[in-house]
Design a protein around this ligand. Structure first.
Ligand SMILES: NC(=O)c1ccc[n+]([C@@H]2O[C@H](COP(=O)([O-])OP(=O)(O)OC[C@H]3O[C@@H](n4cnc5c(N)ncnc54)[C@H](OP(=O)(O)O)[C@@H]3O)[C@@H](O)[C@H]2O)c1
Length: 347
């Protein structure tokens, strides 16, 4: 009798999993974010029925191997979204703007990694740990934030949730992979040129305070994204935020130095902040024993699902402020993982 009940339960479990299984498309599957997404779909055992991979004409026919399976890459075409439930976009904004409406018209829900729709008031901009409720308001397109915005807000969330914020100042140290496969290739060429004793250009042995185009006020596109996207995700349209975004010569992993000020008093102590982060246990990890060499670094967070927070100390320039240092994997939490976590909420 007991065996029969267990068998029925197992059957129900299998049936309900089958009913949530999804047909997936990844547009930009050969790129840095797209490749990591395919890996994570398997690693996180996403309920997958079928997957189609798309990239540019030059990648059509290429075979991608992942988790012991082979997948054919196709070029974009009119019927590419037929029968697709969720279409992940990991291409540039221009292509997303062109193809996302096509996917939506075919009945797919688009999860877009580009900046194309992030500030559209009708498109939810989502970090699942923070504002997963926003997903419910989607009208066929959901945007995933910029990599630095995602890592910063994920790391700060326990403090923001408890104390709010009256000001945030952030300086980023962003890796080459944040700029896509082309930039990584350029960086690797520069390293080779250095080894050969040739002039490397600005990518190697240098830092560049220039990510995306500058506006009339002198802010780069990346800096404006961090400000505007953070305000939208936190639903704090007037939050004072200032960002300086810098590319550093490492391959993977973004870090940032943050000064956060809190409203009211008494001041938030570093001990209180550490306890909140230690206990939060959802996408972040406290690494804050500087005397023992324990603090966040990209080598700790690359290929990891958590963002690391440490170097927490009082901001000596503020009556109620803290300084923190956060690292996270721009290709996982900053891109593919966050997009997949959004899809998991839909599944
Ligand atoms: N890298 C990050 O850390 C990160 C973080 C957050 C958000 N994002 C965003 O995610 C998106 C992808 O970034 P990425 O770093 O993965 O870029 P990437 O490495 O340069 O990959 C770009 C992808 O787009 C495909 N593509 C280019 N032109 C195409 C076309 N005409 N038709 C179809 N596919 C085309 C490429 O295919 P081919 O290989 O065939 O050229 C490739 O698969 C961007 O919007 C980026 O801003 C990236």
């Amino acid at each position: 009798m007991r065996g029969k009940i267990l068998q029925n339960r197992l059957h129900l479990l299998v049936c309900s999993r089958r009913s949530t299984m999804k047909n997936i498309a990844i547009v930009g599957a050969t790129g840095l974010a797209g490749r990591e997404l395919l890996k994570l779909i398997h690693l996180r055992d996403f309920p997958l029925r079928h997957i189609k991979l798309f990239a540019s004409q030059q990648s059509a026919g290429r075979v991608i191997r992942d988790s012991g399976q082979s997948f054919d890459v196709q070029s974009i075409r009119g019927d590419m979204f037929d029968d697709i439930d969720i279409a992940f976009f990991a291409v540039d904004g221009e292509l997303s703007r062109r193809l996302a409406p096509l996917a939506r018209a075919s009945g797919a829900i688009v999860i877009d990694k580009s900046s194309a729709f992030r500030m559209d008031p009708h498109v939810p901009l989502v970090i699942p740990e923070i504002n997963s409720d926003a997903i419910r308001a989607h009208a066929g397109i959901i945007a995933s934030p910029n990599c630095s915005t995602t890592i910063m807000l994920t790391g700060l969330w326990p403090l923001l949730e408890r104390f709010g914020a009256s000001r945030i100042i952030v300086s980023t140290y962003q890796s080459m992979s944040g700029g896509g496969a082309g930039l990584v290739e350029g960086f690797e060429k520069s390293v080779k040129m250095y080894v050969e004793g040739r002039d490397t250009g600005p990518l190697f042995n240098n830092v560049t305070p220039h990510i995306d185009a500058f506006d009339a006020g002198g802010n780069s596109g990346e800096e404006t994204k961090m400000v505007e996207e953070s305000r939208k995700i936190l639903a704090m349209p007037d939050l004072p935020i200032s960002a300086t975004c810098v590319r550093v010569p490492i391959l993977r992993g973004h870090s940032m130095a943050i000064n956060i000020e809190f409203p009211g008093s008494p001041p938030v102590s570093p001990e209180e902040a550490r306890a909140l982060i230690r206990d939060f246990d959802n996408g972040i990890r406290l690494m804050d024993e500087p005397d023992h060499g324990v603090y966040p670094m990209p080598i700790n967070t690359n290929g990891e699902e958590f963002c690391a927070v440490g170097r927490i100390r009082k901001d000596t320039s503020s009556s109620n402020g803290l300084c923190l240092w956060i690292s996270g994997d721009n290709l996982w939490k900053g891109a593919a993982l966050n997009a997949l976590q959004i899809a998991e909420k839909l599944a």
